[in-house]
Design a binder for this molecule. Structure first.
Ligand code: ASP
Ligand code: MG
Length: 413
């Protein structure tokens, strides 16, 4: 029997009624002849509430204890979903991440899955049960509970799908799929029929919150096909899979934006070998993800080093960089949070000169100043003033005529 992994996000299990609706969907998949594994997130805003609760005790909760706390969110939803499925008359069992064999490294609050030991899940499936697994959590080699970072249930689902050789990994969420831009910002935004792993990874990393970037990386590594769909209504959703056929006029498939960005500038850093290494290795040791990096030569023998991190990481980043800056003899550390990142993504842009110029033109026509630019083969990002963000996203969407994207994708098939 084929195995189907489904993942339901927090909004899909936010209330008892919604949990019952999810139970009916899970059971329907079983009726279609699948062995079903359902991965669930914590109900609604539970994870945010738990974080806020910890902050009422201390500003700096030990990460191990934060994981112990956060993991309770998913434990509530797996038990309730299992009860709802039981009530419908189907054999079912709920398992925590550790019980489900999700083995992670030691990085509390943003652990990486090292491997999945699917024996328990498999034997429960073979005993005829529907298996509900808590997303977002695992166990490290020291037998401590870990969590996988915000949005980590997506990665739990993909990792289980890979380990169980599932036919597909369905991610049920509160949007209809992956869009050419955030539909709340651009009302002409269109749903994409399918998207490659590379493009999805960029979109997810650049602020499209549909999937945790790590889950896309994992899916690409193991060839897991992800189907992003709405848990509230039927619809075709978006397929994330190997390369889509790149059409010449489809060089850009989406505009993403991210406001969870902070800019840090270390001023007058001595210009000598090893300085960047010293700064960024210190941040890496604390698992702080640095995004855009620019080094500018100011006057002789010193440079300014600018980079961006997520706003959540800013307090730790400042602590670390201030210490390193003093040690290196830099004159100071400045920061700003009134910035945002707007990006375009598309596998076709590597072979199309002029894509960057068109993006900059859209910003110029709207008098939007670009503070930092960064590029890869399939994306271009600009750091701009947060206040101009919505205008920027709309202008770029329009400039690349992204409201026509699905029609063109449709012709391809
Ligand atoms: N509950 C966790 C979060 O809110 C994990 C997830 O939903 O994927 O980030
Ligand atoms: Mg999510």
């Amino acid at each position: 029997m084929a195995i189907l992994v489904q993942k339901y996000g927090g909004s899909s299990v936010a209330t008892p009624e919604r949990i019952k609706a999810v139970a009916r969907r899970v059971v329907a998949a079983r009726e279609r002849g699948y062995q079903v594994v359902a991965v669930v997130s914590a109900m609604g805003d539970t994870t945010d509430e738990l974080i806020a609760l910890a902050r009422q005790i201390t500003q700096r909760p030990p990460r191990r204890e934060l994981d112990m706390l956060l993991a309770t969110g998913e434990q509530i939803s797996i038990a309730l979903l299992a009860m709802a499925i039981h009530d419908l008359g189907y054999p079912v069992i709920s398992l925590t991440g550790p019980q489900g064999g999700i083995i992670t490294d030691n990085t509390h609050t943003r652990a990486r899955i090292l491997r999945v030991e699917p024996d328990r899940v498999r034997s429960e499936l073979n005993a005829g049960r529907i298996v509900i697994v808590a997303g977002f959590q695992g166990i490290n080699p020291a037998n401590d509970i870990t969590t996988l970072g915000r949005g980590g249930s997506d990665t739990t689902a993909v990792a289980l799908a890979a380990a169980l050789n599932a036919e597909i990994c369905e991610i049920y969420t509160d949007v209809d799929g992956v869009f050419t831009a955030d539909p709340r910002v651009v009302k002409e935004a269109r749903r994409l029929e399918d998207i490659s792993y590379g493009e999805m990874l960029e979109m997810a990393s650049l602020g499209a919150v549909v999937l945790q970037p790590r889950s896309v990386e994992y899916a690409a590594q193991y060839g897991v096909v992800i189907h992003v769909r709405s848990s509230f209504h039927e619809g075709p959703g978006t397929l994330v899979r190997e390369e889509r056929k790149v059409e010449r006029d489809l060089m850009v498939i989406g505009v993403t934006h991210d406001t969870n960005v902070a800019k840090v500038v270390i001023t007058d850093v001595p210009d000598r070998p090893g300085v960047a290494y010293r700064i960024f290795s210190a941040l890496a040791e604390d698992a702080i993800n640095v995004d855009m990096i620019v080094q500018t030569t100011k006057r002789e023998n010193t440079t300014d080093l600018l980079f961006t991190v997520s706003r959540d990481d800013l307090p730790r980043t400042l602590e670390i960089t201030e210490a390193v800056a003093r040690e290196l003899g830099a004159t100071g550390v400045l920061h700003a949070t009134d910035v945002a990142k707007v990006s375009i993504v598309g596998a076709g842009m590597v072979s199309n000169p002029g894509v960057a110029a068109r993006m900059f033109q859209a910003l110029a026509e709207n008098q939007i100043n670009i503070q930092v630019i960064s590029t890869s083969e399939i994306k271009i990002s600009c750091l701009i003033d947060e206040g101009s963000l919505q205008r920027a996203v709309r202008a770029i969407h329009e400039k690349f005529q992204l409201h026509e994207v699905p029609a063109r994708v449709g012709r391809e098939r």
